[in-house]
Each structure stands twice: as structure tokens, then as C-alpha cells.
Design a protein around this ligand. Sequence first.
Ligand code: PLP
Length: 389
Amino acid sequence: MRISRRIAGLNGGGSDGWEILYRARALKAAGKPVLDLTVGDHDRITPDLILDEMYRSAKGGRTGYADVPGLPKLRAAVAERVATRTGVATEAENVLVVPGGQAGLFAAFMGVLDPGETALFVDPYYATYPGTIRAASGVPHAITARAEAGFQLEASDLDAAPDARAILINTPNNPTGAVYSEATVRAVTEFAEVRDLWIISDEVYDGQIWDGAHLSPRALVPERVLVVGSLSKSHVMTGSRLGWVAGPAEMIGPLANLATNTTYGVAGYIQDAGLEALLKGDAVEAEVAATYRARRDLALSLLQGSNSVRPVPSGGAMYVMLDIRSTGLSGDAFAEQLLDAHQIAVMPGESFGRAAAGHVRVALTANRETLSAALAELVRFAEEIRDAA
Ligand code: PLP
């Protein structure tokens, strides 16, 4: 059977980076008590405020096809959020509602790349990035953000990049927790102006800032930025699949046409629930962020002083990245052995590229007690391996 080269080659000949998650799920299904700290999914369900509106809307009849580019009120509410967070006037026509940030990333690359054109992205990276670029028939090219620079991009890292059409950045960053400084964002926007690039700015964690401040490149060069956002992380709506692309109306129009020919929009009752979240859910968003912040603080304080596991000081997002190179193991081997020995599943740094090799990423998706116990176990495990080496 012939399968298109585009689909057959999505993982670039390697793996998709999620193997440990699949193993953890299989062990769980077999009845093993696995603590899953792999993916960025919440350890709670969507708040009542949002679920009640979803139910009310669906029972009220909003179960048919909805406006493909998004309900006008939701587009307007997203526009207001983007305007407030970037300081740039944003209208409904600047917003396309999509089924989650991931669909927004795909749409954005479909919008900016012709087949065979290169898109730059930053290593360490969210595991789907190269595959998303390939899915849009583009060629992914990684630029390395170095651990020694706190995983901030520097102008010199950018200069060496080949010719491209677009650059994808993500701040606050998954997996590193880096919040890009103004200098970093300015370096990216200046580089994009010199090279005439689109900037795709993945801002799904823009409400989860623990240190520093969020600066969107849209605030600096709105004419060449597509912001990708979503309610997955901010409002505990991962499974609802609700996100957006915000940018110049000249791009959003054709992207709506793409949506007509791909997703055909997002369910009306999901959009109504998202609207409720945006209009009345500030307290929900603040509470969700406060929970992750407290867990980040807890993790950093528990790991302070450990000489086997060194946390990367995470400035945002719902993860901490741990440097386990003192054990002599790769992130892959460490994660595999930790899962086998202690039924704790974390993501190997190698799933996020080369720059995070020798690290593991812990999703802060367990309560304080469970998280403390898991981190203590992880440190003991790292010390045993280091001492035995
Ligand atoms: N971008 C980043 C950096 C992520 O971490 C995720 C999910 O973990 C996504 C995009 C996709 O989020 P969603 O499609 O749920 O909005």
C-alpha cells in the first residue's frame, strides 16, 4: 500500500518522542500504579463554570455546524485578550478559532510555507514542532538555545540559521520553562525583519509566568506575527480542543478558507464554553496558574542543594526540567529506568531535541504530596545511580 511521503515521513525517520508516555499508559492499563508526570494535562477536570455553559449550550441546540472561522462573539473576546496582552489593536477579523493550539500551529505553517520551504524552530522544542512543519510540506530546521544561556535564544544563535520563510518561538517555553527576555524577543523580531520571515509565536502558556514578564513579538512587529493561543492550559480545557490563530486579517481570511477544507470549525457548544471562560473565567485562570506556580516553587525548593539533580530554574509553564547528567545516563535511559524501578513516568529531554539531552522534564500535574514524594524518589534514584557509577 502506498502512503504519501508527507505522512510516512512525519517523524523524520526517528520516533515521535512520546514512547515513554505510551509505555506508562500500557503499564497503567495493565493495572500497575504508575504516576504519570509526562504530558501537560491537568490533574483535575474542566471547572464547573465552563462545563455548565457547555451543557447549557448543547442542550439549547448548539450541536450543529458552527461558523467555521469561529463565533463572532468568541472571535471578539479572543481579539480583546490578544489586544490586552500585546498592546496591539486586534479585531475579530484578526482571529481564527481552531480546534486547539496544535491545529493553530498546523494552520499557521500551512499559511506561511510553500512546499519544500524551511521553517526555523528552537531546540529544545515541544515534541510536535518538526512533524507539524513537515505536515505542512515544510522543512524543519532547529536552532539551538543553549542550557548555559538558560535556554534563551541569542542573536548569534540566529545568525547561523539558513534561509527560511518562518521562525517558530515559544515563550513561556515547553519544555524548559524559559520566559524569553525582551532582548531575546527583540533579537528574534530584528532577525525576522532582516530575513523577511514570518514569526509563529506559540503563546499557549502566556498566563503562566512565574519570573519575568511575557512579551509577545506581536507587540513589536504585528504585521509579520501569527500568535497561536489556546484555552487548554489556561482554563483546563485540554480535551475540548479550543484555540486560535491571531494575526493580520489578510492571512486570517485565507486560513479560514483552509479551515473550511480541513476542520470545518469547532463545535458551537465548545465555543460557547470558551466564550464563558474568557468572559467570566479570570478567577479560574488565576487559580490554575497559582496552583502550578506553587508546585514549581515546591519543586525548586525540594531540589535545591541536590548535587545529583539540578533543576533548570523554570520561569513559567507547568513543568520543571531537571539536569540529570551527573548520573552519566541519557534522559531516555534515566526515564526508562525510573519508570521500571519506581513507576514514575517523566519525559526524557531527548524527546524535545538535542539541546535537552541528559535532562528529564517533570510535568507538575500532581498534588503537592504526590509531587514531593515523587521528586524525593527521583533524587534518591539519581543518587544511587551516580554513586554506583
Ligand atoms: N504548544 C505547546 C508549547 C504545548 O505544550 C502544547 C501542548 O502541550 C500545545 C502547543 C498544544 O496545545 P493544545 O493543542 O492543547 O492547545
